[in-house]
Structures are given as C-alpha cells and as structure tokens.
Design a protein around this ligand. Structure first.
Ligand SMILES: Nc1ncnc2c1ncn2[C@@H]1O[C@H](COP(=O)(O)OP(=O)(O)OP(=O)(O)O)[C@@H](O)[C@H]1O
Ligand SMILES: [Mg+2]
Length: 278
C-alpha cells in the first residue's frame, strides 16, 4: 500500500468545519461548530453520548449534510458536491464505523474487498490488495473466516483494513476502542498509530477515552526497529517538527467545550474533561 506523501509539504487543513449546525426535529445537536484538522494531524473528538461525534464524522465523509455552515475536506466543499463527485470523494475517506458494521454473511476477505467490487476493480487486482491491508492489520490468516469467528478486537481490525482498501489520505474512526478491554484497545490504538506514521494518514477519531489520545500523542512508530516507542523528551528539533500532531476537541451541549494540546488536557483539573479518563 502506498499513500503518496508530499515531501516537505506544509501542514494544510485537510478538514475544515465552519459554523456548522446540524440537528433534527428534536433540536439542534451541533450549534455552530468551527474547527480544522491539519494534514497528518490526528484530532481526538471527545464528548458524552449524543453530543454529535458520529454526526461530525458523517458530515466529514459526505454522508450527511449540515443544516447550515460549511464542511471543506481536501479542498472540496462537501455539501456542494454532486452525487457523482461525492462517490469519487468518498473513496478518499476511510470510515471505521462505530461497532464495526461488518457484513456477517460475508467472509473477512469479501468484507474488505467490498468497496473494490462495488467499484468494479478487476478481480485479479482485488486479492493482492485485500491481502496487503489484512497483512497490515496482522489478520491475513482470517481471509476465509466469517466475522462471527473473530474476537471483538479482530473484528475492529478488519473494519480498519476495510477502511484502508482505497489507500485513503484521511481516515475517520468512530469510537474504535468502544467495548474493548484495555489491552485490546491498546492494540487498536497501536494500529492507528502505525497507520499514521507509516502512511501519513490524517485522522479524526471519536472516542470516550482520553487515553486513546494520549497514546497517539506520546508514542510513535519507529520504522527501523518496527516498534512503537515513546516520543523522546528531548529529541532533535527536526524530528519533533516532522512528528504527527495530536490535538483534542471536546464537545458539550452542542458546542466546543475545549480545544487544545495533549499537555493541556493531561494537566487539566476540569471535571468534564476528567470524565473521559477511564
Ligand atoms: N437520523 C437521526 N434522526 C434523529 N436524531 C438523530 C439522528 N441521528 C442522530 N440523532 C441524534 O443526534 C444526537 C447526536 O448523535 P451522535 O450519534 O452524533 O452522538 P455521538 O456523540 O456519536 O454519541 P455516542 O458517544 O453514543 O456514539 C443524538 O441525540 C442522536 O439521537
Ligand atoms: Mg457515536
């Protein structure tokens, strides 16, 4: 898998939300939300249940149109795109759905290949691509198995593999560690971290767990040793400047309650923020 990385490219906004409102008959869920995700950055989206995290990811993916405001992704204003443009656009966005959403009656391989078959990719091209993404999530051996034969963590890894099949520059993760035990959650976060550091993926990650964000902020994948290692406290400036950034965005009652760096969150005594320490 090779996602083109622009040598020496600056960090441009990959995703911009500008005064976005969204809601239903029951009321507005988001009331004028503005934020950006820079290229290669991971934005951790926190908020209690029902605060609009999933809606945010759906708007970023062009699966839902805001009531007002603009959503610009990779230079495209999502709400202005025609259906045909949207189809092409969605290929650039990997979406790891909350709860995984695998097709139970299809094998792992068929699940991962699904979008390629939809796009009528030649069969001889499909298998190597499916194997490659499954190898990345260390599940190549499950190709012929059904989702029901896998553990919760493995299913989540298959969902990630499926989201990667088109080599998207942006991946949206909806609560990727929800319902998993701490050890399995760590496996998933490590995978997300490798994806970021190996392919330079930009990510928006909804979660209830602050720890997911801290793990992404404090560790990186070392391509030489092929291991996940803590960021050096006093590493060289060039490496630090090139490191992928992690930031936090916290929703509360339709608004952005907090936006900031991992250090600010870690040192915060704010009771609402502390609710997300599990
Ligand atoms: N199609 C819909 N029709 C009506 N209300 C909806 C619809 N989709 C979402 N909502 C409501 O919008 C609110 C925000 O939903 P959303 O799924 O974005 O929350 P969330 O932050 O992802 O929550 P969780 O942490 O539980 O995943 C909820 O109150 C939900 O009931
Ligand atoms: Mg949700």
């Amino acid at each position: 898998m090779s996602i083109p990385t622009k040598e020496g490219a600056g960090f441009e906004p990959a995703i911009t939300f500008e005064d976005v409102w969204v809601g239903f008959d029951e009321g507005q869920v988001l009331r004028g939300v503005t934020f950006q995700v820079q290229e290669r950055e991971t934005l951790i989206l926190l908020g209690e249940t029902g605060t609009g995290k999933t809606l945010t990811l759906k708007m970023a993916a062009g699966l839902l149109t805001p009531n007002s405001g603009t959503v610009v992704v990779l230079g495209n204003e999502v709400s202005e795109m025609k259906e045909k443009e949207l189809l092409a656009f969605r290929r650039k966005i990997g979406f790891v759905f909350q709860e995984g959403a695998l097709f139970d009656s299809m094998t792992v391989g068929e699940n991962v290949a699904y979008r390629l078959r939809e796009d009528r990719v030649a069969e001889e091209e499909i298998e190597p691509r499916v194997r490659e993404v499954l190898r990345f999530v260390e599940l190549e051996h499950t190709l012929e198995q059904l989702p029901s034969e896998l553990s919760g963590g493995m299913k989540r890894r298959v969902s990630i593999a499926r989201a990667l099949i088109n080599q998207p520059p942006i991946v949206l993760y909806d609560s990727p560690t929800a319902g998993l035990d701490p050890v399995t959650s760590q496996t998933i976060i490590t995978l997300i971290l490798r994806l970021r550091d190996v392919y330079g993926v930009t990510a928006l990650l909804a979660t209830h767990r602050l720890q997911d964000g801290f793990a992404l902020a404090n560790f990186h994948f070392d391509p030489e040793t092929k291991r996940v290692v803590p960021n050096a406290q006093n590493g060289n400036a060039a490496a630090a400047a090139n490191a992928a950034r992690t930031r936090f965005l916290v929703y509360r009652d339709g608004d952005i309650y907090f936006e900031g760096e991992p250090g600010e969150v870690a040192n915060s005594e704010d009771p609402y923020l502390k609710r997300f320490l599990v």
